[in-house]
Design a protein around this ligand. Structure first.
Ligand code: NDP
Length: 331
């Protein structure tokens, strides 16, 4: 049966301006790093994508290497676009990235113009798109001059293959340099995608200030520390969890579910319950409490997790006592 999007899709979502750009993003976005690859169930992936769009999640985050196998998440997304979401293309912000290993030889990873341009051409083919909304350089390249990498982003935007340029996993100092080069080229860096959760607070040490000063937004990835910041690992490692999946490609492994982490999770879970939330919801609300965070990218393995996480938007403020309690649990 043909898909028709829910007429209520814009009712409950909050949209935040990305830095000082014209682009607004939903407070909650959907990421396709895991659960959307060639090894995953297509109908489950399709159901998650349709539910996301029906809930106002207009921003879908991809990268060339998402899968496994690398590239297959873009193919899955391309199929769902063709079957269901194509009539809504102009209501969607679709992103992809290049930076990590994709193919053999000297042009298959890092930050050369050669790699970035060919990788994006491949991504567009896999997704069946003429352009993406945001194209990111996925990780800094210690060898390629930053000027060349930024010139590649500028070129891609001028060619109309992406509407906006962004960077990911750059330090605060490198972000400052990249933003300056892009500004001079006339293609502003509007967005930085960075790991940020209660368990990984590095962005608070300078990056968020640099982004604000440069009019760029911050999009937070792995807000649940890959699921650790939920109540799922309190009683062991469930068989259907990411930690038990052995997926590789950076997925959380069983050795991260330590007694120390679980003890913190138990205490955080108690605080979440006092706030009328579960831990996953509180962890998402906690990232969103800072207005410099434009959006939080969710990774979900089941539609129910998306429904559950969306509830966090009902309470994204924290009082001083709650913040102090969280800090002392995490210390
Ligand atoms: P999360 O930290 O949110 O982890 C997602 C996992 O958490 C899910 O797979 C699921 O685990 C569990 N989960 C999600 N919702 C709930 C819930 N409500 N209750 C209980 N458990 C839940 O995010 P990801 O690490 O997946 O990252 C999100 C996205 O960020 C990626 O898809 C990608 O788009 C982007 N990203 C970008 C990177 C970059 O370098 N720029 C790097 C990494 C991610 P389970 O599978 O066990 O059910």
């Amino acid at each position: 049966m043909n898909y028709t999007a829910s007429p209520q899709r814009y009712q409950d979502m909050e949209y935040r301006r990305c830095g000082k750009s014209g682009l607004k993003l939903p407070a909650l976005s959907l990421g396709l790093w895991h659960n959307f690859g060639g090894i995953d169930n297509f109908e489950n992936a399709r159901a998650i994508l349709k539910l996301a769009f029906d809930s106002g999640v207009t921003h879908i985050d991809l990268a060339n290497n998402y899968g496994p196998p690398a590239g297959s998440a873009e193919e899955t997304f391309g199929q769902v676009l063709k079957k269901d979401l194509k009539p809504y293309r102009d209501e969607l912000v679709i992103t992809t990235k290049a930076g990590f290993y994709m193919w053999e030889g000297p042009y298959g990873e890092w930050g050369s113009k050669k790699y970035l341009v060919s990788s994006l051409d491949q991504s567009l083919k896999r997704m069946g798109l003429d352009y993406v909304d945001i194209f990111y350089h996925h990780r800094p390249d210690p060898e390629t001059p930053l000027e060349e990498t930024m010139a590649a982003l500028d070129l891609i935007v001028r060619q109309g293959k992406a509407l906006y340029a962004g960077i990911s996993n750059y330090s605060a100092a490198d972000t400052e340099k990249a933003a300056k080069i892009l500004k001079e080229l006339g293609t502003p860096c509007i967005i930085h995608q960075a790991k940020y959760s209660m368990f990984d607070r590095w962005v608070e040490g300078g990056l968020l200030d640099v982004l604000e000063a440069n009019g760029a937004g911050c999009v937070a990835f792995s807000p649940l520390a890959q699921g650790l910041l939920s109540n799922k690992y309190i009683k062991g490692i469930p068989a259907d969890s990411r930690a038990a999946s052995g997926r590789g490609n950076g997925a959380i492994e069983e050795n991260r579910i330590t007694e120390e982490n679980v003890n913190k999770v138990i205490k955080l879970n108690e605080l979440a319950e006092k706030r009328g939330q579960n831990l996953a919801q509180m962890a998402l609300s906690w990232v969103l409490k800072d207005p410099r965070i434009t959006s939080v990218i969710l990774g979900v393995s089941k539609p129910q997790q998306l429904t559950d996480s969306l509830e966090c938007l009902k309470n994204t403020s924290f009082d001083e006592a709650e913040l102090q309690e969280i800090n002392s649990i995490l210390a």
